[in-house]
Ligand binder design. Structure first.
Ligand SMILES: Cc1cc2nc3c(=O)[nH]c(=O)nc-3n(C[C@H](O)[C@H](O)[C@H](O)COP(=O)(O)OP(=O)(O)OC[C@H]3O[C@@H](n4cnc5c(N)ncnc54)[C@H](O)[C@@H]3O)c2cc1C
Ligand code: HEM
Length: 369
């Protein structure tokens, strides 16, 4: 371990157990010295009080070699423009961070630790700033809701029209702020269509438990409302050069990016067999089956298998979608795309490893990781 990394880890261990208090102090320090910064953060700070602090500490500590993470940091800097972060804010945040740690570490804190954090933070901030500066796109796009349909108790499918063209690739995700109902809270959602000429984008959203943004998008959003959409991210995209057959595994609204990838394939595929496995707890949650079946009827290379884990009379497959995938196959020669909630993605990856599918052929997006 390098000297800098050792100093960062050593000093963080002095305050780690008081993380929550360090976060409280960090924000208080920052908002006292710069009250205008309060407006950048969500209304209910208790919800995600430690989000930024944790994010910075993790970045600083895990990025022992910032050069290796250059692209990630530039993208993070570009993305921070959606929070209205300006270059001069970086110094304020860095200062508050070090002061907060110093305040809780007590006498064991040393000037060496100050220097280590200042150095590491400066390198990271400079890469984020370079990313922000180089980006020619707007920090976010306003988009009008042009259709909104409840497909199940907790699921909505809606369409937005960005006010300016927004480029993304099928399989990527965007972040959304549901400005009217949950200002300043951003969450990521995957377009459910390949880019269209008319620029409209479909989203499939499931309201999770007490989820702030998903509940608003499902239960409150209406046609005519404006949302904000920012920066496409993610690499679960198609490799046009691949000639392998493909398997798409979707759990619930994890279908969104899979549908987007399928739509892209319908534009050029003539040679690859494509299998979609779509699973949910009950048949009501297979909210987009009619459309999937329409695609399967139209494209002879496409087959769709559906499964319910909690609906004993469902006429399709029974069980977790990862187990269902394993019943078909063999799969060693296929490209895989997996998308859904954390548990579903984890168990599918585990199953694929048991089936000896090489990990380089698997792309995935996990909703809660
Ligand atoms: C790459 C990516 C793409 C995504 N694409 C989609 C998409 O297309 N459609 C979609 O519906 N969602 C998608 N998500 C999930 C989405 O970003 C939010 O995490 C989700 O909507 C919850 O946000 P929230 O503000 O409502 O909940 P929060 O207020 O953030 O969380 C509230 C509570 O719910 C819990 N929770 C959060 N997420 C889940 C979950 N998935 N299952 C169970 N409990 C949860 C939290 O732990 C917390 O306790 C995607 C996530 C990622 C990372
Ligand atoms: C080294 C510097 C920084 C790093 C590594 C960093 C990292 C992060 C990360 C990873 C997130 C979570 C992203 C997400 O949820 O989409 C985040 C959120 C955020 N960051 Fe930063 N950040 C840095 C500097 C700053 C600065 C200078 C500001 C200006 C005040 C800032 C303001 C925010 C805000 C407002 C959020 C959203 C917080 C929330 O939702 O609670 N960040 N940051």
């Amino acid at each position: 371990m390098g000297d800098l990394a050792r100093l960062l880890k050593e000093s963080w261990s002095l305050v780690e157990e008081h993380q929550d208090k360090v976060a409280g102090y960090f924000y208080a320090r920052m908002f006292l010295s710069h009250p205008d910064l309060r407006d950048l953060f969500p209304v209910h700070m208790d919800v995600q009080r430690a989000r930024l602090l944790n994010a910075i500490v993790t970045s600083v500590q895990t990025l022992e070699d910032p050069e290796r993470f250059g692209e990630y940091l530039r993208a993070l800097g570009r993305d921070h423009r959606k929070f209205h972060v300006e270059p001069e804010h970086y110094e304020v945040v860095g200062g508050a961070l070090i002061e907060a740690m110093r305040a809780f570490a007590g006498e064991q804190w040393s000037i060496e630790y100050d220097q280590a954090w200042a150095d590491a933070y400066a390198v990271i901030a400079s890469k984020m700033l370079a990313g922000a500066e180089a980006d020619e796109n707007p920090p976010y796009w306003y988009a009008e809701v042009v259709a909104h349909e409840r497909r199940a108790k907790d699921i909505a499918v809606f369409t937005v029209l960005p006010m300016q063209p927004l480029e993304y690739r099928a399989g990527q995700y965007l972040s959304i702020e549901c400005s009217k109902y949950q200002p300043r809270l951003w969450r990521t959602y995957s377009p459910a269509n390949a880019p269209r000429r008319d620029n409209t984008i479909d989203f499939h959203v499931r309201a999770v438990g007490a989820g702030w943004v998903s509940s608003a998008l499902v239960r409150r959003l209406q046609v005519g409302d404006m949302i904000k959409v920012a920066a496409p991210m993610g690499s679960m995209t198609l490799d046009r050069r691949s000639t392998r057959d493909a398997v798409f595994v979707a759990g619930g609204t994890g279908l969104a990016p899979i549908k987007s990838l399928l739509e892209e394939l319908t534009r050029y595929n003539r040679t690859r067999w494509v299998h979609v496995f779509f699973g949910a707890r009950t048949r009501e949650d297979l909210y987009d089956l009619a459309d999937l079946n329409r695609l399967a009827a139209r494209y002879p290379w496409l087959s769709v298998v559906t499964a319910c884990s909690d609906d004993p009379t469902f006429p399709g497959e029974q069980g977790e979608i990862s187990d269902v995938v394993a019943r078909y196959g063999p799969w060693q020669e296929h490209d895989f795309f997996v998308s859904g909630a954390g548990g579903m993605v984890r168990s599918t990856l585990k199953k694929l490893a048991e089936l000896q599918v090489p990990s380089v052929r698997i792309k995935y997006d996990s909703f809660n990781e």
